[in-house]
Design a binder for this molecule. Structure first.
Ligand code: ACO
Ligand code: ZN
Length: 281
């Protein structure tokens, strides 16, 4: 994945400090010009303000009274919490998050018009506070039925199932809205892998339990996954046949079992009973 670097703008910030982690960055991010002569930036892990010097951060930490992201806590299960932040109400936080995220997102043109977005920040909480592990953004109103604009798991937390949790969460919000959703394109390589994995697991689980025929429309209604994404996923699993001008799902139990074995672990589950949320109006 790193080979993309050569084709994007020259990387400016090489490392960041965030909470107890020092993280190497992946890509260019358009920080304000006065930060561009720094190789390293120091982030407050709660308000995401960034600074050029360690002493500035230390001074900031004595004053900053946040111990979690701003906004509303809409989900809590065990040590995991999700906060919803309205970009219009918390503009600086939204912008800081975008600057930070761009360091790990190549394909995305980030919108700094954060007013139009909601940010869902996932945290691991302990007695020192709620520490961000990742987030996704979502347009308040999407014409194209996007239910997610950008998704990121911070590198120290990657490959532990948080990405799939964030994706599952975005579909739970869509279910509450009574809409189908799809992620904004283009997807990065890692984004596509994660979505493919999520779609595959969700669809296989339903087909496995299902007795009798089921249509793509019914699957879409159950999962809030857009019909096109379902069709593509099932096609790649070779579970679709084309009969009399129609796509038909052919869920041979043996083929299902083979795919389920290959699909690997399910990851962290979203416990919907712990989600307290009403759609944005
Ligand atoms: N190598 C191979 N497969 C991978 C890798 C990797 N480095 N990372 C994730 N995957 C695949 C695996 O299939 C994995 O499932 P498995 O562990 O059960 O095999 C699946 O993706 C999801 O893994 P998670 O642990 O749930 O995901 P993670 O927390 O690592 O987050 C994410 C995935 C968000 C894509 C992360 O890699 C990331 O933040 N990348 C940088 C930013 C990015 O590319 N975001 C997506 C852009 S597209 C968009 O925003 C719409
Ligand atoms: Zn702060």
């Amino acid at each position: 994945l790193r080979e993309h670097e050569e084709f994007t703008k020259v990387k400016n910030i090489a490392t960041i400090e965030l909470g107890r982690y020092e993280i190497e960055t992946w890509y260019f991010s358009p920080f304000p010009p006065e930060y561009n002569d720094s190789l390293k930036l120091y982030f407050c892990e709660f308000c995401l303000n960034f600074m050029k010097r360690k002493e500035q951060l230390q001074r900031h930490m004595r004053k900053c009274d946040l111990k979690h992201p701003p906004g509303d806590e809409i989900y809590r299960s065990g040590t995991l919490s999700m906060f919803e932040i309205d970009g219009k109400k918390n503009k600086v936080f939204g912008q800081n998050l975008c600057y930070l995220a761009k360091l790990f997102l190549d394909h995305k043109t980030l919108y700094y018009d954060v007013d139009l977005f909601l940010f869902y920040v996932l945290c691991e909480c302990d007695d020192r506070g709620c520490h961000m592990v990742g987030y996704f953004s979502k347009e308040k109103h999407s014409e194209e039925s996007y239910n997610l604009a950008c998704i990121l798991t911070l590198p120290p937390y990657q490959r532990k199932g948080y990405g799939k949790f964030l994706i599952a969460f975005s579909y739970e919000l869509s279910k509450k809205e009574g809409k189908v959703g799809t992620p904004e394109r283009p997807l990065s390589d890692l984004g596509l892998l994660s979505y493919r994995g999520y779609w595959t697991r969700v669809l296989l689980d339903i087909l496995k339990k299902q007795k009798g025929n089921i249509s793509i429309k019914e699957l879409s209604d159950m999962t809030a996954i857009k019909a096109e994404d379902i069709l593509n996923t099932l096609q790649s699993l070779e579970l679709i046949q084309y009969r009399k001008g129609q796509h038909v799902i052919c869920a041979d139990p043996k083929v299902l079992d083979r795919h389920l074995k290959a699909a690997g672990r399910g990851g962290l589950e979203v416990d919907v009973s712990k989600l307290i949320w009403t759609p944005y109006k």
